[in-house]
Design a protein around this ligand. Structure first.
Ligand code: ASP
Ligand code: MG
Length: 431
């Protein structure tokens, strides 16, 4: 047996692996290599649901609402996980099999018992959270089988939140106390593996932190544990200046100031969850974004730093709607009108991605949401003539230069264009 020594104090790291990094048996094996290379340090690993399982679990909920029996609707999900279990040679793992049976039972029970009386968001959290539980149960069994002493920790017991299902707010005091007292002592001699995205309220009902929230979970654990660093292992080489799926010749940032990274997420960059940076910045914990395929590459570090001449960051958003509110009686848009419009936007919990005003109109750009757009129109149609354009796209360029803008604008029918000292934004039609 391998001798286990007490891990060095002060070298506590948090790793996070997203769905793409654990989407199949091969990825799990790859992740295991990364963890093995760090197992002599104090290590907490946050893992999210495998592949696209969170979407698949959301779909289960829709089927439950249509009263499809859960025993049937969960078959595909079961098969997906069973295949991975088989490929990882865990089929005869008794404890894992029992865990899986119990989770599926819980899932079926919850789905078949679906009633709108519980509230959709509540049932969503109880259901979709199980994808994270399944993923971490499988991975924990595999890590142990590979000789990495791993403890599975239930994030629902230590990440405490309020009652806002699907968008729960963290109770930082309670969470930090729980993680310090329950998790930290466990890290002396083993790797701790836990889930992202999930927590629980004061009554111990499961809550979730918002889609893609496991980056944020990693930050929650890291700040509570006073970690030396957080590393997000991803299917990209680090933080790039544009999404490589949409743009060519993207460039990697080797270093990024916290502020810059946080603003990129504000404008819609999806490489890191928007809530992740703030808690880390407050504690000065650096965030590494690295490629899980090439663990020798250094990737990007986000920390307190000054980087002169940052490459322009290009952030693309699709499914945008532009709405214009016009005054019809020859008076001008004034603060009173804007106040009225904002009042309704706030009430409907809408987010404005860009706004612009002229003498007789006020224009906003937001994510497409036909239902809320209609509610907004109904609420304001007496006071304004309202026009909208949907199915548009938006690009924000941080730290722009004219060459980049010219290139991006070429051949596009631009509807709104705006620039400040550092940022350029445009909304355009999709051809
Ligand atoms: N599995 C969750 C989601 O896909 C959380 C995460 O991956 O960050 O939203
Ligand atoms: Mg995920």
């Amino acid at each position: 047996m391998r001798e286990i020594s007490k891990k060095e104090i002060g070298h506590l790291k948090v790793f996070k692996f997203g769905g793409a990094s654990v989407r199949d048996a091969k990825s799990v094996q790859n992740m295991t290599k990364i963890i093995a290379a760090h197992q002599n340090e104090k290590l907490l690993v946050v893992v999210s649901a495998m592949g696209k399982m969170t979407n698949a679990f959301e779909a289960l909920l829709e089927k439950a609402i249509e009263e499809e029996p859960a025993e049937e609707s969960i078959l595909e999900i079961q098969e997906f996980h069973s295949n991975i279990i088989q490929e990882l040679d865990l089929t005869s793992h008794q404890a894992l099999r029992e865990d899986m049976e119990e989770i599926y039972e819980q899932l079926v029970h919850g789905l078949n018992g679906y009633s709108s009386a519980f509230g959709y968001d509540f049932v969503y959290d109880q259901t979709v959270s199980l994808a994270e539980v399944i993923s971490t149960k499988i991975i924990s069994a595999y890590l142990n089988k590979q000789g990495i002493n791993t403890l599975w920790v239930d994030a629902r017991k230590v990440v405490k939140t309020n009652n806002t299902h699907r968008q729960a707010m963290v109770d930082w005091g309670a969470t930090q106390a729980m993680i310090k007292s329950q998790v930290l002592p466990q890290m002396e001699e083993q790797v701790v593996l836990t889930q992202g995205f999930i927590g629980s309220n004061a009554k111990y009902n499961t809550t979730t932190l918002g889609r893609e929230g496991s980056d944020f979970s990693a930050a929650i654990f890291a700040t509570s544990l006073n970690a030396e660093s957080v590393t997000i292992w991803k299917d990209v080489p680090g933080v790039l200046n544009a999404d490589p799926k949409k743009f060519e010749n993207t460039k990697l940032y080797e270093r990024l100031p916290y502020k810059e990274a946080a603003e990129m997420t504000y404008y819609g960059a999806t490489v890191i969850h928007p809530k992740t940076i703030k808690p880390l910045a407050q504690k000065g914990i650096p965030l590494y974004v690295r490629s899980f395929q090439n663990m020798e590459e250094r990737g990007t570090v986000i920390e307190e730093c000054i980087v002169p001449n940052l490459n322009p960051a290009i952030i693309h958003k699709d499914n945008q709607t532009v709405i214009s509110f016009k005054i019809s009686d020859f008076s001008f848009i004034n603060e009173g009108h804007i106040h009225t419009i904002f009042d309704h936007i706030k009430r409907l919990d809408l987010t404005i991605n860009l706004m612009q005003n002229s003498a007789i109109s006020f224009t906003i750009c937001m994510d497409d949401n036909p239902k809320k757009r209609e509610q907004l129109r109904t609420a304001l149609m007496e006071e304004f003539r309202i026009y909208y354009n949907e199915g548009l796209e938006m690009i924000t360029v941080k730290n722009y230069n004219q060459d980049t803008i010219n290139e991006l604008m070429e051949g596009k029918e631009v509807i709104i264009e705006q620039r400040s000292r550092n940022n350029f934004q445009m909304v355009y039609k999709v051809n």
